[in-house]
Design a protein around this ligand. Structure first.
Ligand code: E4P
Length: 217
């Protein structure tokens, strides 16, 4: 399973990248706004900086909702750097645009996916990644991880090549459950990724080993 970080914060991307386990980055307009990136030139520049930092796919989201505009915006995003993947929302014109990008060799990530039916459409349209938002599904009293398992089963039965990118991750446990359910990728904020490191018995065991090591120094 690949690890992407879900942020536009350069310090956090660097920290995850320095761990040596980072395979890519996802962003969205809210994450860009959170780090104060405004205006086309600043947005383009920020995507370029991120794409140059990591050796892997970097999702950059379109903010258009009409087919022609999505395609034009996507072409511009694609031109920024070879690592850029065009992130397209799960809407009717988005599906048409996913097919166009797929036919024209531009990698895509279909975002804002909340059902198996939407995931089937994204795969049919040739999306490289499909992003079910599991945390937001949990928030609405459904089981986000269950959706990952359902999509994984459908894609396996049907032979779809679209990768399942579990998004809206809220905890280290989410990451473990997504690995179990068959996600190809998780995209997570830094904290849940670092949360995977933690176990109290590791801390207790290490403290003892270090204390005992002092005895024979
Ligand atoms: C996915 O690509 C989205 O950027 C993200 O995972 C959304 O997460 P949130 O529900 O925490 O905003």
């Amino acid at each position: 399973m690949k690890f992407f970080i879900d942020t536009a914060d350069l310090a956090q991307i660097k920290e995850a990248n320095d761990l040596g386990i980072l395979d890519g980055v996802t962003t969205n307009p809210s994450l860009m706004a959170k780090v104060g990136i405004k205006g086309e030139a600043a947005v383009t520049n920020h995507y370029k900086t991120i794409a140059e930092m990591v050796n892997g796919d970097v999702s950059a989201e379109v903010v258009s909702t009409e087919f022609k505009e999505i395609v034009e915006e996507g072409k511009k995003l694609h031109a920024i750097h070879p690592n850029i993947v065009v992130k397209v929302p799960m809407i009717k014109d988005g599906i048409k645009a996913l097919k166009w990008f797929s036919d024209n060799g531009i990698k895509t990530n279909c975002t804002l996916v909340f059902s198996a039916g939407q995931a089937i459409l994204a795969a049919k349209a040739g999306a490289n990644y499909v992003s079910p938002f599991i945390g937001r599904i949990d928030d609405s009293n459904w089981d986000g991880v269950e959706l990952i398992a359902q999509i994984a089963q459908i894609y396996a039965v049907q032979g779809y090549e679209t990768e399942i990118l579990a998004a809206s991750i809220r905890s280290a446990l989410h990451i473990v459950k997504c690995a179990e359910a068959g996600a190809d990728v998780i995209t997570s904020p830094l904290e849940p990724i670092l949360g995977l490191l933690k176990h109290p018995l590791t801390d207790i065991g290490l403290a003892k080993f270090l204390a005992d090591a002092k005895a024979f120094k």
